[in-house]
Design a protein around this ligand. Structure first.
Ligand code: KG4
Ligand code: ZN
Length: 356
């Protein structure tokens, strides 16, 4: 089954063709980063307009790259939540019109579930149940993936998302938006133990995160350095910040794998591209005897292929929509409360680390 999929939830206009949820025939991403950079973040109104201008182009490019005509497409999938409402509406309306005009099924896809599904094309052997750590610009969650279409929220951030924390710290260092990638590069040249920043774990919950304390600690450190007239040790600051994020993630995951029977971990979202987080989780999973699935960098950030991958499993489970489909800024699939604690016995972790 060939699915043409669209993603317009934030600042990437993307379209892809994916076969049976696993084989990427095309994956076209038009980034708006340059447009938003001078404003220091995504401007929702500008994002919607840029999606409107770009969506026809990515549609044609995705079909061209897959060497297919629209007649050969079996269904149309689209991100319908969560995200910037105006941005989402561009993709939803385009997909709706296309599905109606060509008489093909329309499949709504949740953006976070899409991020998780990015691992399916990269790892043909990967099947639920597994635990997913979603680290993106807008979300930080630990999710139990019990089947391809049933999810339970185990833990999440109480304030900023991981990507937001990277971008805000980068801003303090004078790095233009979005600074995550440059923070990654800077941290390679710094000492992760140079500055003792607080970890992103919080005391009153075993599974939740908080990034605001860490952000405040970075701001305070920068102010004090400024008052003293010291130069900011950018490399050490980036490395120490990243170290604090990594230790926070590891401490939460330790509780999750103690309390839940999952033996596989899938890393997902734009921040999953971070080389230090990838390395730290490789170490962690080796120690814990958990199989780790790291998608290739091209599938970490927002893209259309991840929506086509999840779209296939939604369709298989009977999740489709009609012309009344609307977009929603918040998640419309309410994740089920964690109820699967120790409720199934997956096979023992074989412990290889899989790099896509
Ligand atoms: O998943 P994504 O593409 O968009 C959302 O759904 O939010 O994530 C974008 C985020 C940005 O905050 C960006 O700075 C961050 O991912 N990011 C990184 C890296 N590459 C992208 N953060 C840390 N290290 C990276 N290498
Ligand atoms: Zn995303």
């Amino acid at each position: 089954m060939k699915i043409l999929s669209f993603e317009t939830s934030c600042d990437e206009t993307a379209a892809a063709v994916v076969e049976d949820g696993r084989k990427i025939l095309s994956n076209v991403v038009l980034s708006q980063i340059e447009t938003h950079r001078r404003f220091g973040g995504v401007v929702p109104e500008i994002a919607s307009r840029a999606h409107t201008e770009a969506i026809c182009t990515v549609y044609h490019e995705a079909l061209k790259e897959a060497a297919l005509s629209i007649e050969k497409i079996d269904a149309v999938a689209v991100t319908s939540a969560p995200g910037l409402i105006g941005a989402l509406l561009v993709g939803v309306n385009f997909a709706k019109s296309l599905a109606f005009a060509t008489q093909k099924p329309l499949i709504p896809v949740n953006h976070i579930e899409g991020h998780i599904a990015a691992a399916y094309p990269a790892f043909p052997e990967l099947e639920p149940p597994f635990c997913a750590l979603v680290l993106s610009g807008g979300h930080t969650s630990v999710i139990g993936v019990d089947t391809y279409t049933s999810f339970s929220l185990i833990g999440c951030t109480r304030d900023d998302a991981a990507g937001e924390a990277f971008d805000k710290t980068a801003r303090i260092l004078g790095i233009p938006y979005p600074g995550g990638k440059q923070m990654d590069e800077l941290a390679c040249r710094g000492d992760p133990k140079a500055i003792p920043f607080p970890s992103a774990a919080i005391r009153d919950s075993q599974y939740d995160f908080s990034f605001s304390g860490l952000k405040t600690a970075v701001i305070n450190f920068a102010h004090k350095a400024e008052q003293r007239g010291d130069c900011l040790p950018k490399e050490d600051l980036a490395a120490s910040f990243t170290h604090a994020v990594c230790t926070g993630l590891e401490s939460r995951l330790e509780h999750v794998f103690q309390d839940y029977p999952y033996r596989k971990l899938v890393l997902a979202g734009g921040v999953a591209a971070n080389s230090h987080i990838r390395a730290a989780l490789q170490d962690f999973c080796r120690r814990q005897r958990i199989s780790l699935f790291l998608p290739p960098l091209s599938l970490c950030g927002d893209n259309g292929a991840m929506i086509g991958a999840q779209g296939y499993y939604n369709f298989t489970a009977g999740i489709t929509a009609d012309a009344s489909l609307n977009a929603s800024a918040v998640s419309f699939f309410s994740f089920k409360a964690p109820k699967n604690k120790k409720s199934f016995s997956p096979s023992a972790g074989e412990n290889p680390v899989k790099n896509g």
